[in-house]
Write a protein that binds this ligand. Structure first.
Ligand code: OSB
Ligand code: MG
Length: 404
């Protein structure tokens, strides 16, 4: 692989033989609890992954959580998949292109968040080694370096509270509001919010699978509110019922949980199950698959936008780089650091530009690194895996932590 560096010079791609993988389990308190139809998060916890080779580091984070509520993956399952299935496939491997990681991991079923974190760290490593920003390797658009962003608002204690929170975000410049809903906390708060902010503000709802097809009448009541879209109203693994619902609603249906691959995207679009797709790199197994989901959607004229999982600055940077691809045509959930945290892992934090955009970090790779002092403060667990040729495969490894 040969690519042009920022200085226009040809740089020879490097071969990556991973020497070590560092795992840091970090816990960052959230400024305010984030409530969805499946649970409430008070602390953002994640595995930060660092891949090391040739004196260069690559960073990414996992989007799994403590419990399997959003998806079946958890911190423990991610750790298990790394140790027993994915890292053994990297040992002794000489990688020349980050695109090849997807194929190396392909025999392993599911475990997409586990695959994604490793793959994303490897993409960061390759772009850093070549001295180019990640978006260049991903094929992003040089003209799209300010990413329009919205904000995802958790379920609030009352419509008044929802309106107050929403008004605050709008005053900061966020370009659209996404409101979490569940049966009973849906039509009324959204009606009140629409009345409060007026007809111009883009509003959407995210149900995180809280409804059934039999709730169609309740969901139809939302049609009067001119929502941009409703995200994942039905089961997390469904596209068939969504295709029925989508025909019954005027509000466009967006899928999140149900799209785990480009094949899922193709099938969902062919069935008419969605008019929009929320792309989360972690949910689909990495940058390579995210690109393919993006491309399938683009070939059908279906816009995508970048979702979020309350990431620290490391995952946020990856999300901004992927958002430079041309079919990311709607504001993403990649909000500023101060929407989530008192202090981010990276410095400077991500700040909202006055025009409601976030700037893609400049510089090699994802363009940000965890601040060592903060990492030391926020981490509760640290491991270093040296990838000797004897890395063990199979079985439950000795000393697997069961709590992090
Ligand atoms: O469904 O998009 C979701 C957060 C955690 C789990 C699932 C979701 C979300 C969000 C937050 O909506 C988006 C963000 O990172 O701001
Ligand atoms: Mg969602």
């Amino acid at each position: 692989m040969v690519s042009l560096g920022e200085d226009g010079q040809r740089k020879r791609a490097r071969v990556m033989k991973i020497e070590a993988i560092f795992l840091d389990f970090v816990q960052l308190p959230l400024k305010s609890p984030f409530q969805t139809s499946f649970g409430t998060e008070r602390v953002k916890s994640t595995w930060l992954v660092t891949v090391v080779a040739d004196g260069v580091r690559g960073y990414a984070e996992s989007v799994a959580d403590v419990e399997p509520l959003y998806s079946e993956e958890t911190h423990a399952s991610v750790y298990f998949a790394w140790k027993n299935a994915l890292v053994p496939r990297l040992v002794n491997e000489s990688l020349t292109d980050p695109k090849d990681v997807d194929a190396l991991f392909a025999p392993i079923r599911g475990n997409r968040m586990a695959k994604a974190a490793l793959e994303m760290a490897i993409w960061d490593w390759f772009s850093r080694s070549q001295g180019v920003p990640l978006w260049r390797l991903l094929g992003g658009d040089p003209a799209r370096q300010r990413i329009p962003v919205g904000v995802s608002i958790g379920i609030q204690s009352s419509p008044e509270q929802l309106i107050a929170v929403a008004m605050d975000y709008l005053s900061q410049g966020y370009r659209r509001l996404k409101v979490k809903i569940q049966p009973g906390t849906d039509v009324e708060p959204l009606e009140r919010l629409r009345a409060a902010v007026g007809s111009e503000v883009p509003i959407m709802a995210d149900a995180n699978s809280a409804y059934r097809l039999s709730d169609v009448d309740r969901l139809k009541a939302l049609d009067a509110l001119n929502l941009m879209m409703i995200e994942q109203p039905l089961a997390e693994d469904d596209i068939v019922d969504h295709s029925v619902l989508a025909r019954a609603l005027k509000t466009p249906v967006c899928l999140d949980e149900a799209i785990r691959s480009s094949d899922d995207a193709r099938k969902a679009i062919q069935l008419g199950a969605c008019a929009v797709i929320n792309v989360k790199v972690g949910r689909v197994g990495g940058h390579q698959m995210a690109r393919q989901v993006h491309d399938v959607a683009a070939s059908h004229g279906v816009p995508v936008w970048c979702g979020g999982m309350l990431e620290t600055g490391v995952g946020r940077a990856h999300n901004l780089h992927v958002s430079t691809l041309p079919n990311f045509r709607l504001p993403g959930d990649t909000s500023a650091s101060d929407r989530y945290f008192f202090e981010d892992l990276v410095d400077p934090p991500f700040r909202l530009n006055p025009d409601g955009t976030l700037s893609v970090p400049e510089g090699p790779g994802i363009g940000v690194e965890p601040v060592p002092e903060r990492l030391a403060r926020f981490r509760t667990h640290h491991e270093e895996w040296r990838l000797t040729p004897h890395w063990r495969q199979g079985g439950i490894p000795h000393g697997t932590p069961t709590r992090f």
